[in-house]
Design a protein around this ligand. Structure first.
Ligand code: ZN
Length: 130
């Protein structure tokens, strides 16, 4: 299953929790695992707090502090900072499914991380029965 994610900024976290849950519900799988995978070299998948939007803001601000966009990178596309951020965050997450629901924490949401937007992105979701 594929999700399409439209991003509107260069750096952005897009909450995809409800779309992932819909995919799980649609699969009919009650117990198993769900793999959420980003097939882009300047995007990533993370799970973090979705209740307070300031957390997302701080994650993006912190990432841009950690990864300097002005280093003398060699890569000609000029988006090496985005490639670094993608590798730091990672391209997939695996979530346990119990009783047909994603077994994530109360405050946890699943985010697609955009580091070189705006673009239209694809996220692969694979639901595996136990
Ligand atoms: Zn590049």
């Amino acid at each position: 299953m594929e999700l399409n994610v439209k991003t509107s900024k260069r750096n952005e976290l897009v909450d995809i929790t409800s779309e992932v849950q819909k995919t799980v519900s649609g699969s009919g799988v009650k117990d198993g695992v769900c793999v959420v995978y980003c097939p882009h070299t300047t995007g990533a998948i993370t799970i973090n707090e979705g209740a307070d939007p300031d957390v997302v803001f701080d994650i993006l601000m912190g990432m841009s502090k950690i990864v300097d966009s002005n280093w003398p990178y060699r890569h000609g596309e000029g988006n090496s900072d985005a490639h670094l951020k993608s590798s730091i965050v990672g391209c997939s997450k695996t979530v346990i499914i119990e009783n047909g629901k994603l077994r994530i924490g109360t405050w946890q949401h699943i985010f697609f991380c955009e580091f070189d937007g705006p673009r239209t992105r694809t996220v692969h979701v694979k639901v595996i029965k136990e």
